[in-house]
Design a protein around this ligand. Sequence first.
Ligand SMILES: *[C@@H]1O[C@H](CO)[C@@H](O)[C@H](O)[C@H]1NC(C)=O
Ligand SMILES: *[C@@H]1O[C@H](CO)[C@@H](O)[C@H](O)[C@H]1NC(C)=O
Ligand SMILES: *[C@@H]1O[C@H](CO)[C@@H](O)[C@H](O)[C@H]1NC(C)=O
Ligand SMILES: *[C@@H]1O[C@H](CO)[C@@H](O)[C@H](O)[C@H]1NC(C)=O
Length: 755
Amino acid sequence: MLSRYVVSQVKHNSYFLVGLALGLWVSLVVVPLEEEAGAACASALGPPPRDDYEPQREERPLGPAPRTQARTLQRPRYYSTELGMRGSLLTGVLSSEEALKSQIAALNHTTARLHPALKFFITASAMSSVPGLANVVGFTDTREMLKPFHALKYLADNYLEEYDFFFLVSDTAFVNARRLTELVSQLSVSEDIYMGTVAEDDSHYCLLEGGVLLSNSVLRAIHNELDWCVRNSYSPHHHENVGRCVLHAAHLACSPAAQGESYAAVRASGTDEPPALTPALADAVTVFPVTKAANFYTLHAYVSRVHLQRDAAEVRRLRAALWRGAPRHPPHYRNATWPAGLRADPGLAPPPPDSRFDHLRWISFNATHAFFPDDHHEVAPLTGANREALDLVLAAARAWGLRRWADAGDVRLLEGAWRWEPAAALRYRLLLRLAARAGGGHTLRLLEVVRPLGAARLVPVRYVTESARLSLLLALPSSGHDDDALAFLQRYEAVCLNQDKNTALLVVIVGAANETQAVRAAVGDLARRHAGAQLDVLDAEDEGAPAPPGAEPEGARLLRAQRLALAAALPHLPRDALLLLLAPHVEFNQDFLNRVRMNTIAGEQWYLPSGFARFSLYAHPRFLAPGGGKPQVNTGRFNLHTRLALAFYRADYEAALAAWRDGRAPPADVLARAPLRVLRRARAGAGARAPAPPPRPPPARAPSATRTSRRWTRARDTRSRSCCSRLRPTSSPSKTCFNIFYTQYSVVLFALLCK
Ligand SMILES: *[C@@H]1O[C@H](CO)[C@@H](O)[C@H](O)[C@H]1NC(C)=O
Ligand SMILES: *[C@@H]1O[C@H](CO)[C@@H](O)[C@H](O)[C@H]1NC(C)=O
Ligand SMILES: *[C@@H]1O[C@H](CO)[C@@H](O)[C@H](O)[C@H]1NC(C)=O
Ligand SMILES: *[C@@H]1O[C@H](CO)[C@@H](O)[C@H](O)[C@H]1NC(C)=O
């Protein structure tokens, strides 16, 4: 049965079975053949080319990883250095001591746009004869022929890594700085550039009088061949020597055009006459020869006028284009304007603020007073910049109103409100009272006025890396702050010793040295637990303490302690140290330390964070919820008056101190008078947090209240990572004369100068 069944199945499927057998046979025969062929090819061709994308297996012995060489990456201070970003143009003017007395000042003024990247090179027989001018470089070598090479060598030695283009010109040329910067902005530094006016006698060299533009790569090539160039300088004309040098070093001939841009220079008929004033002058990079100071100014005035006329024409053209384009915008979106960055979607309302600190509020005012102008006042007289700004707005509103409402005889302000919108504008709403021209009676009008933010108020700030080593300096008065100091040390261990190791701590105990044993012991303890941590304790004399010990307000005492601590600590710190001065009751986190590193720039800027002051907990019964209810994280306010936490470089502070007569001023006041920028900043979400009067035994209900506030403090520390400082409000108001508001959306800062 079975065999018959099998036979019948085979008969039915014979084609399939034959096909199957054939397939098996073919596959058995063919596969070995292919392998052999492949192997033969491989042996003939050598090892197959390595595929970059194929994973490579790397054998490593098991066990603990071998100690790799310590690869500590040293990051430079500025992102621009790290990314190889360079300035665009450095201009060098070949000049002489005689010219310094005549036309150089004119040339210096008319090229003010090129500052600070403008250098004058002179041959000074003795450097002492060079007056103290900031941008004059004197060479002691008096051989006139070599002057351009000295200049080129100086530029290459000092600025090769800092600038993309170098412009060399003699002092008998008027330089059209605007056209020059425009030209350079259109050129790519990735190609070699040797640009200028071709000398008539030789088509390979650029005239030095007409200006020579060299790219970084060309200057580098010249620098490498400088010996050859100096040996082969024999022509009486500078441009021939320089041109020969470029030709030899970079194999380039002078070209008046490159990358679609052309270089024009206008030749004047005589040295004493300015050339005919034609609009072509505005398109020329240089005009030469010009030697009289008056002619520099004439040319500058004329060229500036042509540029202004062109700008005005451009504005008209854009206006007309906008006008023509407006009907094509989608309906309801026609009023959508800049700044786009402040909106989530163009044309839609801005997103609601994240917290109450981001809420832009209207501040109402009458003609003399502002109501709730800040967190600290209910009513304050309008003074300073606010007053001036309001006066300007009122004058404009009054003039506009009188033109607009013909029957109005007088326009006066009844009340109003302003709102400061960072990065956009200052907005006013004015309620005006119009007195009728004829007869009595009046009407009320509401007017909205906007003062857009102008470009002049944007302060460019360098991007810096977070790599700087930070020295924390804790100034500790000898009594009354031990608990705070111990808490500070705990925080220092948690934040710095365990996470951010790029810090050092210096505790300076001001006053009776025998009273702070607990703090000394705690510091010693920390040092034992963390080998390699930089922890020091110094002592400073408490000079100038007022006679009855308790007479001084607490804020003043801390400020005095900080000043004395700084004086004692500075000699122990490296000259380029970045210092963060803190009071014992300040809280901070790693993010804050990084902010300090980024916001303090040597020689440019110091940082005065505005700490968040928590409200005093014992003073407000609602915060003593017996059921354990905790106050909100943000019950407090930013204390703009505190000056107890600040960051600066040692060298900057010493320079400021040297220029300061009274040695008894607090550190922030000393720095505020220095020619440095101060960054003041209140960060809502994170960073500096609020100053509350510290949990001190409250006046009346001492023990229980203290315990509660303590508990709360600790709970906050573990839960909120962004908590930063509890600063005690100080008694005297800040004298800083510069406020900078920071906006999240852009990298620009708004600076409000107050008088
Ligand atoms: C050129 O102007 C700058 C800034 O105004 C000034 O510092 C410098 O000393 C001037 N140089 C000369 C040579 O007048
Ligand atoms: C744009 O705003 C002006 C003034 O607020 C208003 O008169 C005008 O109707 C608005 N246009 C559109 C298209 O919304
Ligand atoms: C503005 O308000 C303040 C405070 O209420 C008041 O003293 C002052 O007289 C008012 N000024 C004017 C011009 O009404
Ligand atoms: C510290 O020393 C001063 C004088 O040297 C003394 O009056 C004071 O009692 C000492 N304080 C303590 C806590 O030992």
